[in-house]
Unconditional design. Structure first.
Length: 263
């Protein structure tokens, strides 16, 4: 159910069938160590959301390939980063147009850690602007407890690690360089740090964790978990209603305009 393949005649019925739900995958283009292609995050976001879209029939907007990757520095070639402000503005504009096409439940599925803050800002702006638009931000590595445990197993500040490499071996082996896996391991140096340091000050090769431990078998299992758990989340979101039906701009009653039963 790819938005880009549907016609304007078909989309209204597509959206009506899922209570106005749509998915926007958001990735990044950035260095991923010596062993993974720079588009890994966008590949993961796109393939994950495509699988969920196909299973649930929820329209998937085209994957946003660029993200906020400023922390990867200029040390290694390959990173193409957007500013936080630009990413926020871009997603707000996409959300505006999606709303006018009939989207009322927008799932932002993020596959790059530092996209989270700009996407949260976009969420705030969109829901303040459109009373009937609900927006959810889902970070792919923390969809569920079991997915989070897999991602964080070899490094808290993981990047191009066992999990990401295993996933790519399973779903996009063309972007993996198997001959580089043994030399790609690099430990997490962020434990105990007060500041959030850019990658050039925490990694020797752009990776963090143990990609040498990666296998396609693990990747297939973990990708299945991600699809199942995201499907569960989106399914719940399709039927969710706000706890209270009150408009964003509606003022609460005050003592001056309240009346009692004795008036």
């Amino acid at each position: 159910m790819l938005w880009s393949e549907r016609t304007w005649c078909e989309l209204p019925a597509d959206l009506a069938a899922v209570n106005g739900a749509a998915i926007l995958p958001v990735g990044a283009v950035e260095q991923h160590g010596p062993h993974l292609g720079c588009g890994m995050d966008a590949v993961l976001a796109g393939k994950l959301c495509s699988a969920v879209s196909g299973r649930l029939g929820v329209p998937m907007l085209p994957t946003l390939p660029y993200g906020c990757s400023l922390g990867h520095s200029h040390r290694w070639p390959g990173t193409i980063a957007l500013s936080p402000q630009l990413l926020t503005d871009l997603v707000v504009q996409i959300g505006d147009w999606a709303f006018h096409s009939g989207v009322r439940r927008l799932f932002l599925v993020n596959a790059h850690v530092t996209n989270a803050a700009p996407l949260r800002c976009a969420l705030e702006l969109l829901r303040a602007k459109h009373d009937t638009l609900m927006v959810a931000l889902v970070n792919s590595a923390t969809i569920s407890v079991r997915v989070r445990d897999a991602f964080f197993a070899d490094a808290a500040d993981w990047h191009a690690n066992d999990a990401e490499t295993s996933l790519m071996l399973a779903i996009a082996p063309e972007i993996v360089r198997p001959g580089k896996l043994a030399e790609a391991d690099d430990p997490d140096r962020t434990e105990g740090c007060v500041f959030s340091h850019p990658v050039n000050r925490t990694s020797l090769n752009g990776a963090t964790g143990r990609p040498s431990q990666a296998t396609a078998e693990k990747g297939r299992l973990w990708f299945d978990w991600m699809v199942d758990d995201l499907c569960d989340l989106v399914t719940r979101g399709i039927s969710e209603q706000p706890p209270l039906d009150q408009l964003y701009s509606e003022r609460a009653p005050t003592a001056l305009n309240q009346t009692s039963e004795f008036d």
